[in-house]
Ligand binder design. Structure first.
Ligand code: FA5
Ligand code: MG
Length: 442
């Protein structure tokens, strides 16, 4: 871990000097106009820092497919459910506290998402949000205090150390939605506003995905029905495709129960597009306690929440084959979405340039985490890496050591790659596997 932290700090040291300052010997990092002291937890590479500070985020850039999808989801929600009034937010600072990202959402202290291998930390207390749920408590509080909204819709950039392939990228975008109900009457009224509601759709596996015991069962069932009906109505309205195939999966999130995921069939594969569920009662109660007077209406209230991946929707809707394309400056990409408004277009790939494959084999060690390897490749290859795949692994019968072979596929979205430039990148990757991740190359 120590080594990994040191590598991450090396990467961090390459960040633009304007982001770094020293105050009484403490290394400081400036992000979005605020100063943070670095510590052992800091693991922010410069490429990520630059994306976190883009003056206009992709989901707010006119005619960017992510902005188009954000607008369509907002409009679909507002028009599918005229009984609910949502506050709209899309300018939230990407740096949040670990309290907001994890504690307020009841994420257990030993949950893997809190580890440095999964999350970009500014320092021990602050990080780049890993999901838009990080804003749930603050926005639920604003919503209740305002007295004029039933919920909110918040779109934002989110950051995760993750694997590398065509649907995973370390920076992506989500939209969080929350709807609060004060009473059974409240949800009954809201259900009347949605067409074709199927009361059976909210069934779930009660053992692994239980309803919360503090809730009135009928009230909670209706909230789940409203949630699933709303999500289905939004998807139908966005895709305008009566043959769209989707399915609900029971799942687990620390902050909702019951919890569900929605998957859509795309090119023969089920793609997960959103996670959602009934908000854990403690979250609403914790928000409520400091504002006792305003919260009274919600004392027995129940809410639902969802988090949609905007890239996933945009990829399915416009047939965009690779998640890296959202970050391109290439006009051949952007010109296809100019003035798109409500039209449904299919992205026309301008050209698929040839790939360059490089394999690397090494003996792993106890500290090895695949995400550290992925991050290392990104650090040197940036968007030239298309995916990293484990192609072989075995354990040596005598030494018990594990060997892995990974194939790195390099491909540019914009041009032909030269073998010599990829050799140089791969050389750096291998060097760092040895020197920084301390792995024995085979
Ligand atoms: C969450 O992030 C939860 N916060 C969602 C949620 C909100 C649940 C509110 C309950 C209540 P998850 O990690 O599954 O869950 O991500 C949600 C969606 O974000 C996924 O369904 C997917 O569409 C998208 N997503 C997740 N990881 C990536 C990635 N690396 N690249 C692109 N999209 C991603
Ligand atoms: Mg998920």
């Amino acid at each position: 871990m120590l080594k990994i932290a040191r590598r991450a700090q090396n990467a961090f040291a390459t960040a633009k000097s304007s982001n770094q300052e020293s105050l009484n010997g403490l290394r400081m990092l400036q992000i979005c106009g605020k100063q943070y002291a670095c510590d052992d937890w800091t693991n922010l590479p410069s490429s990520i820092l630059i994306k976190a500070q883009r003056p206009i985020k992709l989901h707010n850039s006119l005619d960017h497919p992510l902005q188009v999808v954000k607008k369509r989801i907002q409009n679909a929600l507002i028009s599918s459910d005229t009984c609910s009034k949502y506050a709209i937010r899309d300018e939230l600072d990407p740096v949040v506290s670990a309290v907001q990202n994890f504690d307020q959402l009841l994420v257990p202290t030993d949950h893997v998402s809190r580890s440095k291998s999964d999350t970009y930390y500014v320092n021990e207390k602050y990080l780049l949000r890993t999901h838009t749920s990080a804003h749930q408590s603050e926005l639920i509080s604003e919503c209740i205090m305002s007295g004029s909204y039933d919920g909110f819709l918040a779109a934002a950039d989110v950051y995760r150390r993750d694997e590398i392939d065509s649907v995973h990228y370390p920076v992506f975008h989500q939209m969080e939605g929350v709807r609060l109900f004060k009473s059974v009457q409240d949800v009954t009224r809201a259900l009347q506003c949605i067409q074709n509601v199927d009361l059976e759709t909210a069934s779930c596996n009660q053992v692994e995905n239980p309803r919360q015991s503090v809730h009135d069962p009928k009230f909670q069932h209706m909230v789940s029905v409203h949630l699933k009906a709303t999500m289905e109505s939004v998807m139908k309205s966005i895709f305008q495709n009566p043959n769209l195939q989707f399915r609900w999966i029971d799942t687990y999130f620390p902050f909702t129960s019951p919890s569900y995921e929605l998957e859509i069939l795309w090119h023969g594969k089920w793609i997960e597009v959103l996670g959602c569920g009934v908000v854990r009662d403690e979250i609403i109660k914790n928000v409520a306690s400091p504002h006792q007077i305003q919260i009274n209406d919600y004392n027995n209230g129940i809410g639902w929440a969802f988090g949609i991946g905007l890239e996933r929707i945009a990829m399915i809707l416009f047939n965009i084959p690779d998640i890296r394309l959202f970050w391109t400056d290439d006009e051949r990409f952007h010109s296809q979405f100019k003035g798109i408004d409500n039209r449904n277009i299919q992205f026309n790939p301008y050209s698929k340039y040839p790939p360059v494959y490089k394999d690397v084999s090494f003996w792993t060690n106890a500290q090895f985490h695949e995400n550290d390897f992925a991050e290392l490749v990104r650090e040197y290859a940036d968007d030239l890496v298309e995916n990293v795949t484990l192609i072989d692994s075995f354990t040596h019968p005598k030494s018990g050591r594990e060997s892995r072979c990974y194939r790195v596929l390099y491909r540019s979205m914009e041009r032909n790659l030269l073998n010599t430039e990829i050799d140089k990148i791969q050389e750096q990757v291998v060097k760092n596997l040895k020197d920084v991740l301390n792995l024995d190359i085979r």
